[in-house]
Design a protein around this ligand. Structure first.
Ligand SMILES: C[S@@+](CC[C@H](N)C(=O)[O-])C[C@H]1O[C@@H](n2cnc3c(N)ncnc32)[C@H](O)[C@@H]1O
Length: 236
């Protein structure tokens, strides 16, 4: 981090003209690259909660090490923080994730659940990503809060037993409405079904949004801080 702070100092104080100039010579392009390289982790770090205990330190160290390394359609840090805050605010304890990939969102969800006394079931169809996710959960120190399942969520979600108060849906977009319908009777009162990528301009997402927004049993809002779009539908 010290090297990045030095570079930031260099970019802003010593070479500010490079940054502000509209001329696109090689130096200016280099300065912009340095600027973005420095600021991305600094902004990410600003979104991390403060460590309160040893587990927090372990998760933070894992997230810092992984910064910029999530390459499997994983959510950005901003969205991870939104999920984390939602779980703490709602004191949710029984969570389901559809679409684990290599586990970035699951780490944020399970981290919040470690504080509410909850547990996460997460489902992934791709074996390689599932195996990588398991390794990531171990590294983050969160395995005991996560029941990771390998399989097709089209089959696994309808067959889930029990009640849930938090669902994060981030798998195949064309099946979102079906996932929601499969979970409707399993959602606890006050529980929320959160869907990712709802800013996508696809017919499937539009159909899903129309369904949840017209559903009289739920109130739906959207978190505008998420670039990809997060719909949050909570059972009345
Ligand atoms: C956008 S990625 C999930 C990213 C993850 N939530 C994160 O932020 O780290 C979507 C994942 O859903 C998985 N997926 C797609 N269809 C699925 C299905 N029918 N059942 C289970 N997983 C599925 C894909 O293999 C992919 O890894």
């Amino acid at each position: 981090m010290a090297d990045r702070i030095f570079l930031l100092f260099y970019t802003l104080i010593i070479k500010p003209n490079n940054l502000l100039s509209m001329k696109s010579d090689r130096h200016n392009i280099l300065t912009w690259i340095i600027f973005i390289f420095i600021l991305t982790p600094i902004f990410s770090a600003a979104q991390y909660p403060e460590a309160q205990n040893e587990l927090d330190k372990k998760v933070l160290s894992f997230l810092n090490d992984q910064s910029g390394q999530w390459r499997d359609m994983n959510i950005p840090v901003t969205d991870g923080r939104i999920l984390y805050d939602l779980i703490l605010e709602g004191k949710y304890t029984s969570a389901l994730e559809i679409g684990t990939s290599t586990g970035h969102s699951a780490v944020w969800i399970a981290w919040a659940l470690s504080k509410t006394g909850g547990k996460l079931i997460t489902i992934e169809i791709d074996k390689k990503r599932y195996v990588q996710a398991l390794a990531n959960f171990r590294k983050a120190g969160l395995s005991e809060y996560i029941d990771a399942r390998l399989g097709d969520a089209h089959d696994l979600v309808p067959s889930l037993e029990g009640k849930y108060d938090f669902v994060f849906c981030d798998a195949d977009k064309w099946w979102y409405k079906n996932y929601f319908i499969a979970m409707e009777s399993k959602m606890q009162k006050g529980g929320c079904f959160v869907a990712h990528n709802t800013n996508m301009r696809s017919a499937d997402i539009r159909e899903f949004l129309a369904y949840i927004e017209k559903n009289p049993a739920y109130t739906t809002r959207h978190d505008r801080n998420s670039r990809s779009g997060l719909s949050i539908s909570c059972k009345k």
